[in-house]
Design a binder for this molecule. Structure first.
Ligand code: PLP
Length: 408
């Protein structure tokens, strides 16, 4: 797309969001959702809201068919080959826990980075402190990207897994995982990738990354609801059970099932979530991921340039770097103000929603030095944002910065 940003959103903004608030917190969750997401969830519960795969009556088969179709849809979306290896869970935190605790054992060595979310950090810290797992942390460079070679250099014969975030939820940098994945495959190391922010924002394909497991969440750029997510597990990778429960099939068996998807699914699935996720992903595919990304990045650049021109605004890792990609989140602070104060003024005085604080990624803020000032302000651009929203955000931050300057 050219530098000119379309004023019109990708499609009509759903009714529910036609309110005064300018929502720029899409990094936390996308809002609004496409109309299709709401309709699909409502329709599921009214028309065939029964437990799938447990009986043979028509509604049950229809519910089961929704699950199967959504498995196929997401399997192909992430470049998988076996829909049964696309398993559903609550969100990416849930999937990362299953993958991390199910693939890493006491005494193993793991490589990860300072860009990780607590969904990865906390399971790894638990393993480090309770099970003697050795964890190596790789820093990101000053521009915000991790040097793949630095990750590769930490891989040793004892390394069991590399666990990495694809798209940063604070600085928006998109890591180049292919070189790391290639080495992991050659050396028999599991590459577990957190695609919470990138899934639906940019094309994400398991094999292009060389990943063994990718963990996704439905409620961000996949445009589904909260409480649904999961993972794709590459053929040949067998994650140990760390839970057990009902699967609706082979009920007499004493041990939890080994075959996918049952291996990693426990209890009644989130069917309304699956219905909404199916509709969200179908909507994303209909718009075209590249088109959505190009449009969001054009808005992001406008926002970045506008904020950069304001005296007293500090942006974090927001420079263009040739050949490197990013997603549409941007973090900044106004000099002399706590992030939370800037966020309150954006909300109360300007009706703009953002996210402030440490964004569940404490190591990113420690690296940036923003942990000492309680984090940063984050804007996250979504498919329903417009140029007018970005103009309003720039004007609001300009206003806040000038108020602050007058108080000095
Ligand atoms: C990079 C990253 N990983 C993991 C998560 C966790 O997502 P969820 O809360 O949906 O499990 C998030 C959510 O903010 C994220 O941004």
């Amino acid at each position: 797309m050219s530098a000119t940003v379309m004023e019109k959103p990708v499609t009509e903004t759903p009714e529910v969001s036609k309110q005064k608030l300018i929502y720029l917190d899409n990094g936390a969750t996308s809002f609004p959702k496409p109309e299709e997401t709401y309709v699909a969830m409502d329709r599921f519960y009214r028309a065939y809201g029964v437990n799938p795969g447990r009986s043979g009556f028509d509604l049950c088969l229809e519910a089961g068919s929704l699950v199967d179709r959504t498995r196929k849809l997401l399997c192909s979306f992430f470049g998988g080959t076996d829909p049964n290896r696309l398993v559903f869970g609550y969100n990416s935190t849930d999937a990362l826990n299953l993958a991390i605790f199910g693939l890493i054992a006491p005494g193993d060595h793991v490589v990860t980075t300072h860009l990780e979310h607590n969904a990865t950090l906390r399971p790894l810290w638990m393993l480090e402190h309770e099970q003697g797992v050795k964890v190596d942390w790789v820093d990101f460079e000053a521009d915000g990207w991790v040097d793949p070679q630095k990750v590769i250099d930490r891989i040793t014969p004892g390394t069991k897994a590399v666990v990495m975030n694809h798209g940063s939820n604070v600085i928006g940098t998109l890591q180049d995982l292919a070189p790391i994945g290639k080495v992991c495959r050659e050396r028999g190391v599991h590459l577990i990738v957190d695609v919470s922010q990138s899934g639906g924002a940019v094309p994400v394909k398991l094999d292009e990354m060389g990943a063994d497991v990718i963990c996704f969440t439905g409620h961000k750029s996949l445009m589904g609801p909260m409480g649904i997510g999961g993972m794709y597990v590459r053929e040949g990778v067998e994650i140990r059970h760390t839970r057990a429960g009902g699967t609706g099939v082979k009920s007499a068996q004493r041990h939890h099932l080994d075959e996918y998807p049952y291996r990693m699914e426990y209890g009644t699935p989130n069917l309304p979530g699956i219905a909404g996720l199916n509709a969200g992903v179908t909507w994303v595919l209909g718009q075209g991921i590249e088109a959505i990304h190009a449009r969001e990045m054009a808005l992001w650049k406008k926002l970045r340039d506008g904020l950069r021109a304001i005296d007293g605004v500090v942006l974090y890792c927001a420079d263009d770097v040739p050949g490197k990609q990013r997603i549409s989140v941007l973090s900044f602070n106004v000099e002399g103000l706590e992030a939370a104060d800037t966020g309150t003024m954006l909300d109360v005085d300007h009706d703009i929603a953002c996210r402030t604080g440490l964004h569940c990624t404490p190591m990113v803020h420690e690296h940036l030095g923003t942990d000492r000032i309680h984090g940063a302000v984050r804007f996250g651009i979504g498919p329903f944002n417009t140029e007018a929203h970005v103009d309003a955000a720039i004007a609001a931050v300009r206003d806040i910065a000038s108020l602050r300057a007058r108080k000095k």
